[in-house]
Write a new protein. Structure first.
Length: 438
C-alpha cells in the first residue's frame, strides 16, 4: 500500500483535480490511500471567518460549486446535497461552541468538502469513497494542535485497511482533522495534512508515503525565492525534519515522526510533473560535513530573559520552558549565558500571556523584527572550516547578528538577524555553501 497526499494547490482547481485523478489511477497497482488538503485558500477563508466574524458562507459555497461545475456537466445530486448540508450543519454545530474548539470545527469544513469532491470524481472511473478522519484519528483535546492517541487511532486505521482489502476501493481521507474520543472535532495544526498522511502510512504499514505538491521535491532553498535552488534527490529524516522545523513549508515538521517510527520512506513529488525527479526521505545517506539546504524564517519573535541571581540554577530553564509549553508555544532556538537566556519562537496568539508569566520571576525584553537563516546538513556544525567561512561572509556583508546557534545534533547552524537581512543573507550563504546549477 502507498499513501498519496495532495496539498491545497493540487486540489485548487478543476484542472488540478483532473490531474490528481490521473496520478492516482496510474498507481492503482500499489493500492493507494489518498489524503487531501482543503481547496487552496479555503482554510485561510475559514480562519478569517473565525477571527473577524465575516460571513464567508456564500463565497465558500461558490468556490466549491465552480470547481464542481467544471468537473461535471451534470454534477451528482448527492455531492451537491453534501456540499450544502455539511456546510450548514458544521457552521450550526460551531455556533454552539467556543474558543479553539469552535475554530477547529469551522476550519475542518475545508477538508470535508475537498475530500468529497475528489472522492466523487475518482469514483467516476474507479471505486473510491470519502473517509472523514474524525472517524480515524483520535486525539487529546488540545484544539488547534491536537496530539494523537495511539491505540484507538491504530485500531481505526487497521479497520479501514481491512475494508479496503476486502472491497478494493480508493479511500479519500481528509487531511488535517481528527476528533477526541468523545467525537469533538480537532485539528493537527496548520499544514497538518502532511502529518495526517504520515500517520496513515505508519498505521497502515505502507510501503511509502508520497507528498504530492506544486514543486518537484525538497530544494536546497525555497524555489519561489531563490533561482539557484536545486532539487535534493535524497535526504535523511533528520535533515528533512530540521529543514521543515526551520521554515521549509513543503513539509509539516511533525511529518517525519511517524515515518521514523515505522521506518517508512517519504517521497515528495510534483502533481503537475508526475514523471519529474523527486525527493526521497530515508533513514541514512553517506553525506557528511556538507550543507544541503538553507532554510529561512523571515519573522520570528526573540525573547531575552534576565534573572541574574537565578540563572543557571537548578530548574530555571525548566521553569522557562514550562511557561512556553503551557501556552502551547514551541521554542525554536535557545541560547543561555551566565546572565541571560534568549529564545526564538514563532509568533503566537498566547505570547502575551506567556510573557506576563515570565515577568513574574524575571526581566524580559522582546524583539519582534528578527528572522532566522539556517544551514542544514549532516554534522556541518562540527566543521570549524565551514563555521569560519560563514562568519567571514557575514562579517564581509556587515550583518549584525542577534544570536548564533549551533544545533546540538550538529546538523543545524542558525543565525538570528534583522528580518530585513534574511533574504539577502540566505541567498549569499546558499551561493557560498551550495552554489547554483551543478
Ligand atoms: P501544499 O499545498 O501542497 O501542502 P505548500 O504550499 O504547503 O504545499 O508547500 C509547498 C511550497 O513550499 C512550495 O511551493 C515552496 O514555495 C515552499 N518551500 C519552502 N521551502 C522549500 C524547500 N526547501 N523546498 C521545496 N519547497 C519549499
Ligand atoms: N488545510 C490545512 C491548512 O491550510 C491543512 C493543510 O493544508 O495541510 O493549514
Ligand atoms: Mg503544505
Amino acid at each position: 500500500m502507498i499513501v498519496m497526499k495532495f496539498g491545497g494547490t493540487s486540489v485548487g482547481t478543476a484542472e488540478s483535480i483532473r490531474q490528481v485523478r490521473e496520478v492516482v489511477l496510474s498507481k492503482l497497482g500499489e493500492q493507494p490511500v489518498v489524503v487531501v488538503s482543503a481547496v487552496s485558500g479555503v482554510t485561510n477563508l475559514l480562519v478569517e471567518h473565525v477571527q473577524t466574524g465575516r460571513d464567508v458562507k456564500q463565497e465558500l459555497l461558490q468556490k466549491h460549486r465552480e470547481v464542481i461545475d467544471e468537473l461535471w456537466q451534470t454534477p451528482p445530486e448527492e455531492l451537491l446535497q453534501y456540499l450544502a448540508e455539511t456546510t450548514e450543519q458544521t457552521l450550526a454545530r460551531a455556533a454552539e461552541l467556543e474558543g479553539a474548539e469552535k475554530s477547529d470545527t469551522i476550519v475542518s469544513l475545508g477538508e470535508q468538502l475537498s475530500s468529497k469532491i475528489v472522492g466523487s470524481f475518482i469514483a467516476e472511473q474507479h471505486p473510491a469513497r470519502q473517509c472523514v478522519a474524525t472517524e480515524l484519528f483520535v486525539t487529546n483535546d488540545a484544539f488547534g494542535a491536537a496530539e494523537i492517541i495511539d491505540e484507538p487511532s491504530r485500531h481505526n486505521v487497521r479497520a479501514l485497511k481491512n475494508e479496503v482489502r476486502k472491497e478494493n476501493f480508493v479511500p479519500v481521507v481528509t487531511g488535517f482533522i481528527a476528533a477526541t474520543k468523545d467525537g469533538r472535532t480537532t485539528t493537527l495544526g496548520r499544514g497538518g495534512s502532511d502529518y495526517s498522511a504520515a500517520l496513515l502510512g505508519y498505521y497502515l504499514g505502507a510501503d511509502e508515503v508520497q507528498i504530492w505538491t506544486d514543486v518537484d521535491g525538497m530544494f536546497t532553498a525555497d524555489p519561489r525565492n531563490n533561482g539557484e535552488a536545486r532539487l535534493i534527490p535524497e535526504i535523511t529524516y533528520e535533515e528533512a525534519s530540521e529543514l521543515a522545523a526551520f521554515g521549509a513549508k513543503v513539509l509539516h515538521p511533525k511529518t517525519m515522526r511517524p515515518a521514523v517510527h515505522g521506518g517508512i520512506p517519504i517521497r515528495i513529488a510534483n502533481t503537475f510533473r508526475p514523471d519529474a525527479p523527486t525527493t526521497r526521505i530515508v533513514a541514512e545517506t553517506f553525506r557528511q560535513h556538507e550543507v544541503i539546504a538553507v532554510a529561512t524564517k523571515t519573522s520570528v519573535v526573540m525573547v531575552n530573559i534576565y534573572a541574574a541571581e537565578m540563572l543557571l540554577m537548578k530548574g530555571f530553564l525548566a521553569r522557562i520552558s514550562s511557561v512556553f509549553s503551557e501556552a502551547n508555544i514551541s521554542i525554536d532556538i535557545v541560547s543561555a549565558s551566565e546572565a541571560s537566556v534568549s529564545v526564538t519562537l514563532d509568533n503566537h496568539e498566547q505570547l502575551e500571556a506567556a510573557l506576563t508569566k515570565l515577568r513574574e520571576f524575571s526581566e524580559v525584553s522582546v524583539n519582534e523584527n528578527v528572522g532566522v537563516v539556517s544551514l542544514i546538513g549532516q554534522s556541518i556544525a562540527r566543521s570549524p572550516a565551514l563555521l569560519g567561512m560563514v562568519s567571514k561572509e557575514l562579517a564581509d556583508m556587515g550583518v549584525e547578528l542577534e544570536m548564533v546557534s549551533v544545533g546540538a545534533a550538529g546538523i543545524n547552524i542558525s543565525v538570528v538577524l534583522a528580518s530585513g537581512d534574511v533574504s539577502g543573507v540566505a541567498k549569499r550563504l546558499h551561493s557560498l555553501c551550495i552554489g547554483g546549477e551543478k
